[in-house]
Write a protein that binds this ligand. Structure first.
Ligand SMILES: [Ca+2]
Length: 365
């Protein structure tokens, strides 16, 4: 996740398989309750055992119940199960000393053998569904695979946090993002009602992102599709629903079928890239204007379309410049960071090339 903007979801850390994850989450819940009970005396308000008793929680419950015709007692019962998660606050809080951003380090986390080999395995396993998604939504299979790979290593790392507790913690004990996370907590209650599930039964990232594609609850409600047609959306166990949902998310956010994502840019000597970069992540610079300012493709052609100038910095090395087109911008709607979108694009390209090579080898046999 980038720190500068609201995440839709974020790549999770290392985690075991789904079932083990659930057991772990349950154990942690029990342990957490025990610990909370032991330290309750003298604990700060934020660490109170139940969110249902808090003043601002009561007004939240009243509002949400009113807006969506919930029984307030039902929301109270749900929130009584949520507990403060100090780790969530620790993970969401930006470091006090601004770290040095390094494209090389960031890239190395996602362009590795685990994600490339895993991506090929995932692609072969779900080739039919990926092709169907590409046809239906216009988003190439490799881009869908790459997003699921960057997010969760193809479902291996979907996160160990109980979503209800994580979102309650962020909604009520993290003022900088309280609005966003109260909306997500509200969306979780709606999602649980729609899916006939207990709101406490969801688990995922520390920031409330769910399943293979790491959608926040509001994104699940808005963009998820039942792509295997079994009548329900299941992000924990169903990569096929994730495939369709990622493709639908990108399509709704403006994916242009057949159009380029990004290409390397060349800056003529003495070009001042700063004002072009400052124009923002949304592509607004037309090719002629860019050429005039000294920005072209590597072989000196003008940009292929209206673009944004992307700078990928690594301390002590030359900055990489890229032309980001509309589809690059669409990937940043998934996670608002140039580093993120470029990692997805590069992983997608690596997978696509590997697939081409596999195809040639198969023909020769
Ligand atoms: Ca389904």
């Amino acid at each position: 996740m980038s720190n500068n903007t609201a995440p839709t979801h974020m790549p999770a850390g290392t985690a075991p398989a789904t079932e083990r994850r659930r057991v772990h989450a349950r154990l942690r819940h029990l342990l957490g309750s025990l610990v909370a009970g032991l330290v309750l005396v003298g604990a700060p308000v934020a660490a109170s055992a139940s969110y249902a008793d808090r003043e601002e929680t009561r007004s939240f419950i009243a509002e949400v119940a009113e807006r969506h015709a919930f029984d307030p007692a039902e929301l109270e019962r749900a929130l009584a199960q949520a507990r403060h998660e100090p780790a969530v606050i620790r993970l969401i809080t930006p470091p006090t000393r601004k770290g040095v951003r390094s494209w090389r380090d960031y890239r190395a986390r996602f362009l590795d053998d685990i994600r490339i080999d895993g991506g090929m395995a995932f692609w072969y396993q779900y080739a039919g569904e990926l092709e169907r998604a590409a046809t239906e939504f216009g988003v190439p299979a490799e881009v869908i695979v790459a997003i699921i790979g960057v997010e969760t290593i193809y479902g291996r790392n979907t996160g160990n946090f109980e979503t209800l507790s994580a979102l309650a913690t962020l909604a009520f004990d993290y003022p900088p993002r309280a609005d966003l996370f109260r909306r997500e907590l509200e969306a979780l209650f709606l999602l649980a009602r729609e899916q006939g599930r207990d709101p406490a039964s969801y688990s995922g990232s520390f920031a409330g992102a769910l399943g293979y594609p790491q959608f926040l609850p509001s994104s699940v409600r808005a963009y998820a599709v039942d792509f295997d047609g079994n009548g329900r959306i299941d992000f924990d166990n169903d990569p096929i629903d994730a495939i369709g949902s990622v493709a639908n998310y990108l399509r709704v956010h403006g994916w242009q079928p057949g159009e380029p994502v990004a290409e390397r840019a060349r800056l003529a000597p003495d070009t001042d890239g700063a004002p072009l970069i400052a124009a923002g992540i949304e592509p607004r610079l037309d090719p002629a204007h860019l050429s005039q300012r000294g920005v072209t493709t590597l072989d000196g052609r003008p940009a292929a379309a209206v673009a944004t100038l992307v700078d990928l910095e690594t301390p002590g090395e030359d900055t990489e410049y890229w032309l980001g087109y509309r589809n690059f911008y669409v990937i940043t709607r998934y996670n608002r960071s140039s580093f993120y979108a470029m990692s997805v694009f590069e992983l997608a390209e690596a997978l696509r090339l590997r697939r081409v090579v596999d195809g040639i080898r198969a023909e020769r046999r």
